[in-house]
Ligand binder design. Structure first.
Ligand code: 0L1
Ligand code: MG
Length: 261
């Protein structure tokens, strides 16, 4: 069974798999990353073959602290689909997840086709902005992975919620972020934690996408990165993220034992 098939089965069965042995995605560090994006392509294609639709892209490892913690030197790019979308205010069943974590994000709505880094600087590249919550759920046991492993695993992408779209004001890039669990702040931060300036996310996403031949389409979302550390998502938890000037987004993880309503 290929690594993509193994990861796809882990996703569908909500059962983690061991981290691949070193060298499973083989070659020089650059070749290893390239091969890992090929695995990610296959993994995403399985979702599309089941009728899901690509809705955007996401960046990971956007904070220097997290890169240092994980011993990696570059950002990673993943893809999100409509099958991962969680409506704002939803009551979310966690049975499809393995060991989910949540983190606050800034989400950009792309207004143009972005095939190159130059496109990211074009007028109208970002059409709107919104507060977001990302659910990450590594398909590997204990959330343990190398850079290539997590790229292959579509950067742990598992879910996302987006608040109401707001006009994009490039001057307002440094906004306060409150990340609440059950009505209490778990973390407070700033969108400046995302690459030092969240506007860089569009450029970095374009750089990575160009490297793997992915075109970012108008109407796609871009989850720019986490503004604070992630927290475990447990049954019964109400998650809310407020971004200064952009409003809030929230959902509640259904308590254990409660079926779909
Ligand atoms: O979205 C993210 O920043 C997470 C990327 C993957 C790393 C992880 O699963 O913690
Ligand atoms: Mg994220």
């Amino acid at each position: 069974m290929s690594l993509a098939q193994t990861l796809d089965r882990a996703t569908r069965t909500a059962r983690a798999v061991p981290q691949p042995p070193p060298g499973a995605v083989a070659g020089s560090p650059e070749a290893e990353v390239r091969a890992a994006y090929d695995v990610q392509d296959d993994l995403v294609r399985f979702r599309l073959d089941r009728g899901e639709r690509l809705t955007g892209a996401k960046l990971g490892f956007t904070s220097e602290g997290k890169r240092r913690q994980m011993g990696v030197h570059d950002l990673i790019l993943g893809r999100v689909t409509d099958g991962m979308a969680v409506p704002d205010g939803a009551d979310l069943d966690l049975s499809a997840f393995i060991h989910p974590r949540v983190e606050p994000e800034v989400v950009y709505l792309l207004g143009r086709r972005i095939a190159t880094v130059a496109d990211a600087f074009a007028e109208g590249a970002v059409a709107a902005v919104a507060p977001g919550i990302e659910i990450i759920d590594s398909r590997y046991e204990n959330f343990r992975f190398s850079l290539a492993d997590v790229i292959a695993d579509n950067t742990s992408a598992a879910g996302y919620a987006v608040g109401a779209w707001q006009p994009y004001d490039p001057a307002a890039w440094n906004r306060g972020v409150v990340f609440e669990l059950d009505g209490r702040p778990a973390h407070m931060g700033s969108t400046a934690a995302i690459l030092g300036d969240p506007r860089r996310a569009v450029v970095e996403a374009a750089r990575l996408a160009e490297r793997i031949g992915l075109v970012l389409e108008p109407g796609w979302l871009l989850l720019a990165g986490a503004a604070t550390p992630a927290e475990p998502l447990t049954p019964g938890t109400h998650v809310r993220v407020e971004v200064q000037g952009l409003g809030s987004v929230s959902f509640t993880a259904r308590p254990a034992g409660e079926g779909a309503s």
